[in-house]
Ligand binder design. Structure first.
Ligand code: APR
Ligand code: ZN
Ligand code: ZN
Length: 363
């Protein structure tokens, strides 16, 4: 039997989101229905509702979530009713050219549920990033459910489903930050702070946080920054060099997604250093840099998609580190809110008031 629950829907470009009754089908082959317990509000949700991702309205928003498996499709064997899971948007296929080469974290053919959730009148919903978890229940592919230790509360665990994983992975997976490295992170929102926490976890000796908001820099110190730079009045490149013996950082992580801050990252790395772009640019952005500097500096210019994470490998491990007190995931949760408060949370995002607002569902 399909079920009807409340969900946060974006009906049209720029329109405020609305709470709607949605129909969640019974899971078919390869699918699972999950009772959502918590779901973080991410920039990508806002981008969907602004029509910046595509025009497939109406969207069912929410994609950074944890919950409990409510039912599974007939052929699903590796997931059971009652399993505590983080939802991921990288259910790897196992058969594309990336998977076949043993690099499933780059899977080019990830998948979602086959059936669609709908509005009451039958209109098909497009779930954000193939998840749609601002809803009491959602339908996903079984591979989108990653089992983790249920001792981690859902509002904390769910964060690994998107933004915090992106930042942690930018440092740990894409940047390969290792013991003794110098690291700079430009932009200290939730993603940048997670990159800072990842760099600390990996043993970086110097972590320079760059932002234009002193409140964000304070938080950055909490997550592990050893130096802070407010780039409103100070040249970020010079300041990063100064903090790294005059050389620049081994790994510079850009966590905003803008040409001017990418340029700072480009020039703030040491010879043979790495730049990681984890901030998401918009399609109109361009950059003009001297090609000789690409060549002359050596090293690597990388981008980090979902922190190059492999959910089955990374989520349980990071949850364990959290439970051991080695990764302060709980400090990314600025507030827990109700399902009706998503629009207000978008507003707070604009003002830089929060790292993460997390919708918590009644048990
Ligand atoms: N220089 C330095 N810091 C800046 C600048 C700038 N020119 N412009 C903005 N910032 C800072 C903001 O003050 C804020 O602290 O960058 C941070 C951005 O953080 P959030 O807006 O909270 O965004 P976050 O959720 O961290 O995501 C960052 O990663 O996943 C992507 O889509 C996401 O592109 C976004 C980026
Ligand atoms: Zn694949
Ligand atoms: Zn997201």
């Amino acid at each position: 039997m399909s079920v009807q629950v409340q969900g946060v829907v974006a009906r049209g470009k720029g329109l405020p989101v609305s709470l709607e009754t949605i129909v969640v089908p019974d899971p078919g082959p390869g699918e699972a229905r999950v009772t959502v317990q918590a779901c973080g509000v991410c920039h990508t949700d806002l981008h969907y509702r602004e029509g910046a991702i595509n025009d497939a309205f109406p969207f069912l928003l929410g994609h950074e979530a944890a919950g409990v498996v409510e039912s599974v499709g007939p052929d699903v064997t590796d997931l059971a009713v009652g399993d505590y899971v983080i939802l991921n948007w990288r259910a790897v296929c196992g058969s594309c050219r990336a998977c076949l080469r043993g690099r499933p974290q780059y899977c080019f053919s990830t998948f979602n549920a086959t059936q669609r959730m709908t509005l009451l009148d039958g209109t098909e919903l497009s779930p954000a990033l193939g998840i749609g978890a601002f809803a009491e229940m959602t339908l996903v592919a079984a591979g989108q459910c990653t089992k983790v230790d249920p001792a981690a509360p859902p509002e904390v665990a769910g964060l690994l489903g998107c933004g915090v994983m992106a930042g942690l992975g930018a440092a740990l997976n894409t940047g390969n930050v290792t013991r003794g490295d110098t690291v700079a992170v430009i932009g200290c929102g939730g993603v940048g702070d997670a990159a800072i926490a990842g760099a600390r976890l990996a043993g970086a000796r110097t972590i320079v946080a760059v932002d234009i908001d002193d409140r964000k820099l304070e938080k950055a110190v909490h997550f592990g920054a050893t130096h802070t730079v407010n780039s409103t009045n100070v040249d970020a490149v010079e300041a990063i060099r100064e903090a790294t013996g005059g050389f620049g950082a081994d790994v510079v992580i850009e966590a905003i997604g803008r040409p001017e801050t990418y340029e700072q990252a480009f020039f703030a790395r040491d010879l043979a250093g790495t730049v990681v772009l984890v901030g998401v640019p918009s399609p109109d952005m361009r950059i003009d840099l001297p090609l000789i500097e690409f060549f002359g500096r050596g090293g690597a210019l990388k981008s980090s998609w979902y922190g190059d994470c492999l959910p089955s490998r990374d989520f349980p491990m990071l949850v364990d580190l959290y439970l051991q007190g080695r990764l302060p995931l709980q400090d990314f949760v600025s507030e827990t809110i109700g399902i009706g408060d998503v629009e207000a949370a978008f507003e707070k995002m604009h003002h830089g008031d929060v790292l993460r607002s997390v919708v918590k569902f009644d048990a």
